[in-house]
Design a protein around this ligand. Structure first.
Ligand SMILES: Cc1cc2nc3c(=O)[nH]c(=O)nc-3n(C[C@H](O)[C@H](O)[C@H](O)COP(=O)(O)O)c2cc1C
Length: 214
């Protein structure tokens, strides 16, 4: 029995040493930081008016582009907007999100290339063909969430506002930003320094978890 306890203890010590050697492996402390970021993320709709720098936005987009995507197609493109005088044309006169867009420091338009140009799946050596990418919405959702989590981790605030699938929202954006036919504006994300008015919501519902069957 003593020998068994010793072996288990030795294995645990060795495992923790391996983790510490490789900083990319999750440790309890970075798991805590990740959980805190996820649980504290909230839609932020009121901003102080302070600026968010271009370099910070680049860093946030680095997080966005690290998202998973079907077959690693990475269909995303981003348009970063700062010029509020163009917002009425871009988002449409009646856009109810306009006050929020104008009060933010920048608005990032998440766009998707809705096509894939690659060799046919059944002939990987064949000539590239262009076809619809059935997973672009999923890819853009993962990308947007990555961005929002990075925003939270930096103490900034943002909110996902839908463009697709509403033609009255995505059509003026597509036209005024002169997006190619195969590129769909998916959502608009205003970013700013939060006033602190927006707080995370408790969404934990254990009754939604089903084990083995419904
Ligand atoms: C697909 C999607 C579309 C959304 N569209 C809008 C929108 O158009 N305007 C807006 O103010 N918030 C929008 N939101 C934000 C939601 O209202 C918000 O995520 C939800 O109320 C939960 O609040 P939380 O983000 O603070 O947890 C959207 C969120 C998602 C995921």
């Amino acid at each position: 029995m003593k020998k068994m306890i010793f072996l288990v203890a030795a294995a645990l010590i060795m495992a923790s040493c391996t983790c510490n050697k490789d900083e990319s492996v999750a440790t309890p402390s970075n798991a805590e930081a990740t959980m805190a970021t996820i649980m504290n993320r909230k839609s932020v709709r009121s901003y102080t008016g302070e600026a968010v720098s271009d370099s910070t936005i680049t860093l946030l987009l680095r997080a966005a582009m690290a998202a998973p995507s079907g077959r690693n197609i990475q269909p995303w493109h981003f348009v970063v907007l700062r010029d509020t005088s163009r917002y009425t044309a871009i988002f449409g006169e009646d856009n109810f999100n306009m006050p929020m867009f104008k009060a933010s420091s920048a608005v990032v338009i998440f766009c998707a290339d809705t096509t894939v140009t690659a060799p046919p799946r059944d002939n990987p050596q064949g000539e590239a063909v262009t076809r619809p990418n059935g997973l672009w919405r999923d890819d853009l959702g993962a990308c947007t969430e990555n961005f929002l989590l990075a925003v939270e981790s930096m103490g900034l605030g943002a909110v996902w506002t839908a463009l697709y699938p509403y033609p009255e929202r995505f059509a003026p954006v597509k036209e005024s930003l002169v997006l190619p036919d195969n590129v769909m504006p998916y959502c608009a994300v205003p970013i700013g320094v939060p006033t602190g008015d927006d707080q995370p919501k408790d969404k934990w519902k254990p009754e939604r978890i089903h084990y083995n069957q419904w």
